[in-house]
Ligand binder design. Structure first.
Ligand code: HDE
Length: 693
């Protein structure tokens, strides 16, 4: 530790630039130093030749501070730049010892540390959290046999079949290169131009236009490893595996309008939600499930599992839940952890191996390569967030920013000069001894990859009617932003092959006088049985657990009612946020001053799952005249939230002419009816408030 300079100011009082003291927090304040450890006495003013003279080059303190600052940013990720992450643990409860030797999948009860990063794909690091976009779901398991990175998405399929097309896809979706917009949005010509020329993207497009890409928060998304991987047993025998993450809280999405509202009102909505949930000890958790199948099983599937545009319906190969990941610790430094973490699908421990999925094969190259430029040196694996937590011994040496100080003469293998030099591990990583493919070398797509529409149809037909309507709406919204009519029409041509009714609805929404010609599939389109597991609305049971409910109150609100509603909601597991017109508080009916959690005017309705209005009649009349408050309640209604009200709250509901339905309910003594209604969206209201295409 550097010693205090003789003239260091007292910890409580520092002399500012103008010589006047300013007070700082009481505590132990070590002396501020430069990066070289030189104590700094004046951190307010640069060194000048005379009080009004030029600044001197000699001022090494100023130069070091500014130089470091100038270089604080590193290149952001080319995709998945905006992310939010947390630490946690993965605990296995069901061993896969029959099919793999990987300890992380065989040692029941062991708590493996993990670091999980969620991301949007298209936007830059400073973009918003709620665009319509795929979410990355990357987990680094620090296993006893080295790091395993399961770098997945919240959608089980991908846009393209071959790594060769990835740069094209990304160039098409990112902001257009001449104009530099739109940011974090797929609703533009280049994206739809590319997609409409790539029939293989049709299945993923169905997912992208569904409610999956506008999640309520990161705590309510699924995760998928996407590709088939292999598990290897001690004899080197292989079983195929697909990895799935299932949120313990269930799935939940926003309505499109809510996602738009949140983008403006709280661009950090998802990052904030994850952070606060963990701070509140409402630790989000996901079950890890696997689909296991053999080469012989795969031969029976009506699709090729090596094609990453295909999923394996869980009705065909059931999911086996094997363990749970709990995120229980926020990062302490966003840059050192979230920005510097480097995931790579090639990081796998012994007992897990790759498949020949051509997209996965390309990814095995891309991640390390991009990280060399993003993090600037092959030594990025020494950063604390990337380093393994198990013992490791390598012969790699030197390079930029080498922080280790290896000792001895031996940096090679085999060696005989040092007793403890590392040797090959007899039970280390083994690749599956796959037989060579019989056909010739060439740029060939297998025939089995030719069907691009059957699973797109399967997904659409597995959605419930409201979800189907949301998809039609999303397509109309996105294609209406496309300026080139031929691109819109080409897309409708693909929709005709997927589902005639969907195509007609979208064509109506776009105002097309006639249907454009249908696309010509390269392979016959199959009517596969629908997979109910793919619907969100149908499979998520009503619950208030870890949902967020607002109680709006004001001066003279009924103190007893407020307390009763608060208690009932908490009992049902909800997080309660009290909102009042002023952050300083409101005086309740019993004379107490109650401070809110947030100011009503700064809190978008979209941030809450339900709203209770506990108001005096006078306050309700006043709020009805206040456009911000009125918009809050109107939006809660339009976003299909339950609205509970006491007698005063009813005055506001009536003043806003909200049509009564089961979701608009009086607050009884224990708020039971409201608590039940609040546990789900009021889907019956939807067609009344938003005409669906
Ligand atoms: Fe990625 N992807 N990707 N990707 N990907 C990156 O790596 C790439 C793909 C995914 O939170 C990059 O370090 C190629 C599928 C996630 O840090 C880059 C191909 C899936 C993240 C890259 C794909 C993903 C990335 C950018 C096609 C789901 C964020 C920065 C062959 C299974 C990880 C970086 C994080 C990040 C390449 C396709 C998931 C450029 C070439 C499929 C979650 O290397």
């Amino acid at each position: 530790m550097p010693k205090s300079p003789p003239s260091a100011p007292s910890p409580q009082v520092q002399v500012g630039s103008g010589g006047e003291p300013h007070h700082i927090a009481v505590g132990t304040h070590p002396p501020l130093t430069t990066n070289q450890g030189i104590p700094v006495t004046n951190n307010q003013t640069s060194l000048k030749a005379g009080s009004r003279g030029p600044t001197l080059l000699e001022d090494f303190i100023l130069r070091e501070k500014i130089t470091h600052f100038d270089h604080e940013r590193i290149p952001e990720r080319i995709v998945h730049a905006r992310g939010s992450a947390a630490h946690g643990v993965f605990e296995l409860h069901t061993s896969l010892a029959k099919v793999t030797t990987a300890k992380v999948l065989t040692e029941v009860g062991v708590k493996t540390p993990v670091f999980c990063r969620f991301s949007t794909v298209a936007g830059g690091a400073g973009s918003v959290d709620t665009p319509r976009d795929v979410r990355g779901f990357a987990v680094k398991f620090y296993t006893p046999e080295g790091n395993w990175d399961l770098v997945g998405n919240n959608i089980p399929v991908f846009f393209i079949q071959d790594a060769m097309k990835f740069p094209d896809l990304v160039h098409a979706v990112k902001m257009e290169p001449d104009r530099g917009f739109p940011q974090a949005a797929s609703a533009h010509d280049t994206f739809w131009d590319f997609i409409s020329l790539m029939p293989e993207s049709m299945h993923m497009i169905m997912w992208a236009m569904s409610d999956r890409t506008i999640p309520r928060s990161l705590r309510f998304i699924e995760g998928f490893g996407v590709h088939s991987f292999r598990l290897l047993d001690a004899k080197g025998r292989a079983t195929f595996v697909k990895f799935h993450w299932r949120p313990v809280l269930g799935l939940q999405s926003t309505l499109w309008d809510e996602a738009v509202q949140l983008a403006g009102a709280d661009p950090d909505a998802h990052r904030r939600d994850l952070w606060t949930a963990i701070e509140d000890a409402r630790f989000p958790a996901w079950d890890l499930a696997v689909q296991l199948f053999s080469e012989a099983d795969a031969a029976e599937f009506p699709f090729d599992h090596l094609d990453p545009t295909k999923l394996i319906p869980e009705e065909l190969v059931p999911l086996k839940v094997i363990g749970r990941m709990t995120l229980n610790r926020n990062p302490v430094n966003h840059f050192a952890e979230n920005e510097q973490v480097a995931y790579c699908p090639a990081n796998i421990p012994p007992g897990i191996d790759f498949s020949n999925d051509p997209l996965l094969q390309g990814r095995l190259f891309s991640y390390l390569d991009t990280q060399l430029s993003r993090l600037g040196t092959p030594n990025f694996d020494q950063l604390p967030i990337n380093a393994p937590k198990c013992p490791f011994h390598t012969t790699t040496r030197d390079g930029h920013m080498q922080t280790r100080v290896p000792t001895g003469r031996v940096a090679y293998e085999p060696s005989s000069l040092e007793r403890d030099a590392p040797y090959e591990a007899p039970r280390g990583f083994q690749s599956f001894a796959a037989p060579a493919e019989p056909d010739a070398k060439g740029r060939i797509r297998p025939e089995s990859f030719a069907d691009h529409y059957s699973q797109a149809r399967l997904f659409f037909r597995s959605q419930n009617p409201l979800e189907q309507a949301h998809m039609a709406s999303a397509l109309v919204f996105e294609l209406s932003k496309v300026e080139t009519p031929a691109v819109r029409e080409r897309m409708v041509g693909h929709l005709r092959v997927i589902d005639a009714n969907l195509a007609q609805r979208v064509a109506n929404g776009l105002g097309l006088a006639t249907l454009p010609p249908a696309a010509k599939p390269a392979a016959p389109v199959q009517d596969l049985p629908p997979s109910p597991a793919l619907s969100i609305i149908d499979k998520t049971p009503p619950s208030l657990q870890d949902r967020c409910v607002a109680i709006v109150y004001s001066d003279d609100s009924d103190a007893k009612k407020l307390a009763a509603v608060d208690k009932a909601l908490r009992k049902a597991g909800a997080k309660v946020q009290k909102l009042a017109p002023k952050i300083g508080g409101a005086k309740l009916s019993d004379g107490t001053l109650q401070a809110p959690d947030a100011r009503l005017a700064g809190s978008p309705a979209a941030a809450f799952d339900a709203v209770a209005l506990v108001l005096s009649s006078a306050a309700a009349q006043q709020l009805a005249q206040d456009d911000t408050a009125a918009t809050f309640v109107r939006q809660a209604y339009a976003h299909l939230k339950a609205i509970g009200h006491d007698d005063g709250g009813k005055v506001l509901v009536e003043a806003l002419h909200l049509v009564p339905d089961d979701g608009v309910c009086a607050l009884d003594a224990k708020a039971l009816v409201f608590v039940e209604a609040a546990a789900t969206r009021q889907w019956d209201r939807e067609e009344r408030v938003h005409p669906l295409p």
